[in-house]
Write a protein that binds this ligand. Structure first.
Ligand code: AQP
Length: 336
């Protein structure tokens, strides 16, 4: 039996959440909780696939959950918890490690990006390599049907579907796992670095000038946008002229998303103007959107026991669903 619609998604506690996480994931999360049952997870087991200092990891879990709430997630509507508090994630990940194929993992571009050159790859953790199997377990543990993610996660989600399908075939339990659908924002699926428009905005990128953090002050936002790469020519009136200008395109994309216009309309309005004009407008709109979120994050971080209680309540609810599904999974696989 295929479940009713259920949303699952996760965010790694690897630092301060940024504009890419906000526009690519959190905004989508909050609108979905109005229409569907949603489970949102701080994926701490994913974070440790790259070494994290223990004291920073726990602090980052709090920062991530505070960002969830500040962006509008409501623990009375959505289940919010940290992954390691529900042991079913690890148990199902092991079972799925035995279903997933090495050839499938070899094709994952994120591993190639994060692990580096062939020589460096040898030193990457095994966890980083099998990360997509854990992601499949996160989703399938709840039999989630929809997964809101940025476009960067599309390939991993396709792998989750392949794993679900192979499990259903191998164990002759047709439709046991639903094949999860990605929910990717159409307009703004990928926010790029402010310093290099060919790389995605990322928490772990060394330069803080590459991203707008959700905790940035108005002054920091202003400085970062001023320094952001753009173009010396005026803003064109068509998309084609932006093909080889990824940084300029990124700024226009972000502005369009925040001003709730499509890119064509932004180009119509801004054609012929200098990028300094766009940057001024973009700073205003970013400050309006981000600084209230930043002060709410700070307020929430001042009461960690409240945040901890939200995680405990969420993990209890998640565990009930996980255990019920795991009982059936153990039975299907033949584990006593
Ligand atoms: N630049 C981005 N544009 C759009 N969406 C993005 N997401 C992340 N970066 C962008 C989406 O945010 C959700 C949570 O991602 P994550 O933090 O779990 O992992 P990530 O994709 O690896 O993000 P980072 O910032 O690059 O983290 P690090 O540097 O630690 O690896 C996902 O839905 C993702 O698509």
């Amino acid at each position: 039996m295929i479940n009713k619609k259920l949303v699952f998604s996760g965010v790694q506690p690897t630092g301060n959440l940024h504009l890419g996480n906000y526009l690519g994931a959190l905004k989508n999360f909050t609108s979905l909780q109005k229409e569907m049952e949603c489970i949102y997870c701080v994926v701490d087991l994913h974070a440790i696939t790259i070494f994290q200092k223990p004291s920073e990891l726990s602090e980052n879990v709090f920062k991530t959950v505070a960002s969830f709430l500040a962006a509008g997630l409501d623990p009375n509507k959505s289940i919010i918890f940290n992954q390691s508090a529900v042991s079913g994630h690890s148990e199902l990940a092991w079972i799925l490690n035995c279903v997933s194929r090495i050839g499938w993992l070899n094709r994952m571009t994120q591993f190639k990006d994060k692990a580096g050159s062939d020589k460096e790859k040898e030193k990457a953790s095994v966890g980083l390599y099998i990360y997509p199997n854990l992601m499949a377990a996160d989703i399938l543990l709840y039999k989630a049907t929809h997964v809101p993610v940025g476009a960067d996660q599309k390939q991993h989600l396709e792998l989750s579907r392949d794993i679900a399908q192979k499990f259903n075939n191998d164990f002759k339990c047709e439709n046991f796992f639903p094949l999860p659908e990605p929910l990717i924002s159409k307009n703004i699926s990928r926010i790029m670095s402010l310093r290099d428009g060919t790389k995605k905005m990322s928490k772990s990128e060394e330069s803080d000038y590459s991203r707008i953090n959700l905790r940035d002050s108005a002054d920091e936002i202003n400085k970062k946008i001023k320094k952001a790469k753009s173009d010396s020519e005026p803003i064109p009136d068509n998309l084609k002229s932006l093909e080889k200008k990824p940084e300029a395109l990124n700024l226009l994309n972000i502005y369009s998303e925040l001003s709730k216009n499509n890119l064509e309309k932004t180009l119509q309005d801004m054609a012929g103007k200098e990028y300094s004009f766009l940057k001024k407008k973009l700073t205003e709109i970013l400050v309006n959107e981000i600084t209230p979120v930043a002060s709410e994050i700070q307020k929430l971080l001042d009461d960690k026991s409240h945040l901890k209680q939200i995680l405990i309540n969420g993990s209890e609810k998640a565990n009930i669903i996980a255990e019920e599904n795991l009982k059936k999974i153990r039975d299907i696989v033949g584990l006593l």
